[in-house]
Ligand binder design. Structure first.
Ligand code: BGC
Length: 372
């Protein structure tokens, strides 16, 4: 009996020691005095994720390398105000519509909506003041098997030109298996379009600051959506086989990124394309694997979304100084942004971005870290 009690106590202790914890803290204030908060999720395997209320942004993500050395593997800034002063969606929750809408126009039930054009002739990432620049509320914080934070934002009817009041939540949770799960949910008061995603810029070398050209990338995608010169999909779904877009088996990012014989590489200045994830959208399935050979860090991403935008930081030009005053240059990061396809409101045969009242929108992303 005594042994039983002792074993039970020991098991209890172990469970406690292994629990993942969520800690709430301040994260400074914006120039206008608005206070920003953060929640840090920490697990017992050495990982931690800091999420701030501005933009429901993944501000830092600390992951051990193969020798157990911990580093922050996402680009961003040290202070909240910099995310507003030099915005580039670092780690942000992007909405209402992540990626591009051609000419900032779409029609819904016979009515045309006009959005701001903030990327040449097109609308990008929700407009001038998208979800990345909004203050989200912390709804709940909890520790346990998963450390979890739920953030919410209510986007007013007509905000940035989009119809319907949209109620959005972003739930980040971290478990002891080094899985960071992110789930976006939304409901609307009127038919609308949306595409919520996270725009983390991953550099798995961490503070060693190598570029990502040597990263080995696998994309579970047999097809991608080619674009025009303004990065709007042409409507085609093209097989990747035989092209520089074939990442069905692991390839170094840098091996083919300069192959200017491929017009798509010229248009994107490298990779900036939506890949159609194999398998059935709506079910969580593998989308991508990234391996940084020196640190040995590996990230595997599973998604429910139909597509993933693979972007290699092509527009980082060395004028943005991030955490620790480090200049971010072209090819310094990999973004993998799961969502519906770009410009889907203008492509009837793309997976729909429409949400009706009474429906629930869900986009689930799991980032699993390990070492090789
Ligand atoms: C887009 C890029 C853009 C980047 C930062 C990505 O989702 O595809 O073209 O430069 O976001 O805004």
């Amino acid at each position: 009996m005594r042994t039983l009690i002792a074993t039970a106590a020991l098991l209890g202790l172990c469970a406690q020691a292994q629990a993942a914890t969520a800690t709430r803290s301040g994260f400074g204030q914006l120039a206008d005095g608005t206070k920003v908060e953060a929640v840090t999720l920490t697990n017992s395997a050495g990982m931690s994720a800091k999420i701030m209320t501005l933009g429901a942004t993944l501000q830092s993500l600390v992951v051990p390398d193969k020798s157990g050395h911990k580093d922050d593997v996402v680009l961003g800034y040290d202070t909240a105000q910099e995310y507003l002063s030099r915005p580039d969606y670092f780690g942000a929750s992007v909405g209402r519509y992540a990626n591009r809408i051609a000419k900032g126009k779409f029609a819904l039930d016979g009515k045309t909506y006009t959005l701001v054009t903030n990327d040449g002739p097109n609308h990008l990432h929700g407009g001038t003041k998208g979800f990345d620049k909004r203050m989200w509320k912390i709804d709940s914080v909890s520790s346990g098997t998963d450390a979890k934070v739920v953030l919410s934002y209510v986007s007013a009817d007509g905000e940035e030109g989009y119809p319907g009041e949209l109620k959005v939540t972003a739930t980040y949770s971290l478990n002891d298996q080094n899985e960071l799960k992110l789930e976006y949910r939304a409901t609307t008061s009127k038919p609308t379009v949306l595409n919520l995603t996270n725009h983390s810029y991953f550099n798995l070398s961490g503070n060693d600051a190598r570029d990502v050209m040597g990263n080995m990338v696998t994309l579970h995608a047999a097809r991608f959506t080619p674009v025009d010169a303004t990065l709007i999909p042409t409507g085609e779904r093209k097989a990747v086989s035989g092209t520089v877009f074939d990442f069905q088996t692991a390839h170094r990012v840098g091996d083919r990124i300069r192959d200017a014989r491929d017009q798509q590489i010229r248009f994107g200045r490298g990779y900036d394309h939506n890949f159609i994830v194999d398998g059935a959208a709506g079910t969580l399935r593998p989308a991508a694997r990234v391996e940084e050979p020196v640190s040995g860090r590996v990230m595997e991403m599973s998604v429910t979304a139909p597509g993933v935008q693979f972007y290699t930081g092509n527009f980082l030009d060395g004028t943005y100084f991030g955490k620790g005053q480090r200049a971010y240059r072209q090819g310094d990061a990999i973004c993998l942004e799961p969502g519906v396809f770009p410009d889907s409101p203008n492509h009837a045969d793309f997976p729909t971005s429409r949400l009706n009242p009474g429906q629930s929108y869900v986009n689930t992303i799991v980032y699993k870290f390990s070492t090789h």
